[in-house]
Design a protein around this ligand. Structure first.
Ligand code: DQA
Length: 144
């Protein structure tokens, strides 16, 4: 199985960014934990960008054979372009958030992506990503 972990804007600042919401781990820590967790069970690759168009382009490289764990950051709440890219490539994806977006401002309660996601995991820190990966490994989820 090939799992791609895609992180959107400002997630490169993990470790120093709003620790009360995002904890003190860095993006590199998160990626290390995922690599260790998946070990030989799946090929995993990572991508982070602050640019909406770059995220769209990266999604366009995926196919329905890939499995995507996506934290689109603030673009979750705004991006029709990212949703359209996900719908176009038909890649099974899980929307993840480090913080519990439902316990925060109302604008974070709206996601343009959830309706076409396999599922959503929010509020569990790094565990949000690990649980999403476990789901893909255990379920062998079918392409849409
Ligand atoms: C986030 C939540 C978003 O609302 C926010 O814009 C982020 C991070 C999270 O992981 O909790 O950048 O996706």
């Amino acid at each position: 199985m090939r799992i791609t972990v895609l992180n959107g804007p400002n997630l490169n600042l993990l470790g120093t960014r709003e620790e009360s919401h995002y904890g003190s781990f860095t993006l590199a820590d998160l990626e290390d934990q995922m690599r260790a967790h998946l070990a030989s069970r799946a090929d995993v690759s990572f991508y982070q960008s602050n640019q909406e168009g770059d995220i769209v382009t990266e999604i366009q490289k995926l196919s329905s054979r890939d499995r995507l764990i996506l934290n689109a950051g603030a673009f979750t709440h705004t991006s029709i372009a990212i949703r359209d890219a996900l719908a176009a490539v038909k890649v099974p994806f899980i929307e993840v958030h480090i913080s519990n977006v439902y316990a925060r401002e109302e604008f974070r309660h709206v996601s343009y992506l959830s309706a076409i996601a396999k599922g959503v995991v929010a509020g569990l820190g790094v565990e949000s990503y690990l649980l999403a990966a476990d789901f893909f490994l255990r379920s062998g989820v079918e392409a849409k």
